[in-house]
Design a protein around this ligand. Sequence first.
Ligand code: GCU
Length: 329
Amino acid sequence: MQMSRRNVFVFLVLILALGGCQLDTNVKVIKMGHAQVVSHPVHNAMVFLGQRLEEKSGGRIKVKVYPNQQLGTERELVELLQIGSLGMTKVSAASLEAFSPEISVLGLPYLFRDDAHMNQVLKGEIGKELLVSTEKFWLRGLCFYDAGKRSFYTKSKPIANPEDLAGLKIRVQESKMAINMVRGMGGSPTPVAYGELYTALQQGIVDAAENNPPSFYNSRHYEVCKFYSIDEHTAIPDVVLVSTKVWESLNLEEQNWLQEAANESAVYQEGLWKEAVEEALREVIKAGVEISYPSKAHFFEKVSGVYELVFKEQPQLEPLIQRIQQAKE
Ligand code: GCU
């Protein structure tokens, strides 16, 4: 259930009054907001993070998780973190585009050759650099969560090749990279917040969207979109973040516990992901969704313009993109 705007406002006022990290006698409670429903594997991973932190700190630090966009859209959550009114969040790397130009490269279509390449990049030096790249914006990236691969889902017809996107309003995240990608493939990109997407699809404000299988399933968008075309155009990870204000209020030992708990939750989440993908595909098929596997080559051909635009508008990102492309799995 999404909250009404009034309820969101009341929540925000409450959060602002209480601050991102609440001191309850001797227990610190870190508030963590995110946009997914509680059945989604990333929600379980965040709950696990909280449990591990509580155990490590002997009950002195707790994490209270607010799911379902209760505290705001991903962009709003990041902004609340920046001012220290919220302690932690988990957002898609695409939602960090406006906050860290470096992280925006993760939104490039067909950036990774395969899962091994992606893991090598995100778990290695480059991944570490990307996580700390947000620090100048008062955000500290703690770890990545696997968010699989994103593919198109549509209301009226399968997408066999990019030409089928012509004339369709495709919901994208608030991300220039995603806008350029959909435009490059021939569709009409329309940014809509994740929590408002079900209604936007239902009411025909958009004709289609794109996401990984667990999100397509858990958001129930499959009730409206009966065609899922697995072109796997992007593999944008999720990022777990803590406000630097909260991070700096922790002593060194507490910071280590939090970092360890985040790392352990990433391993836990990775373990949940494969099964969540299989379950999602199984369940949406049962609900009457037609799944197709279009040739990726057709989509790949259309996205060179997205890279060219980045090289032209943000030439400083070119060496990073090359390092990612050259990373060996
Ligand atoms: C993924 C991601 C979410 C994000 C969503 C979206 O599901 O994990 O963090 O909100 O995509 O498309 O907005």
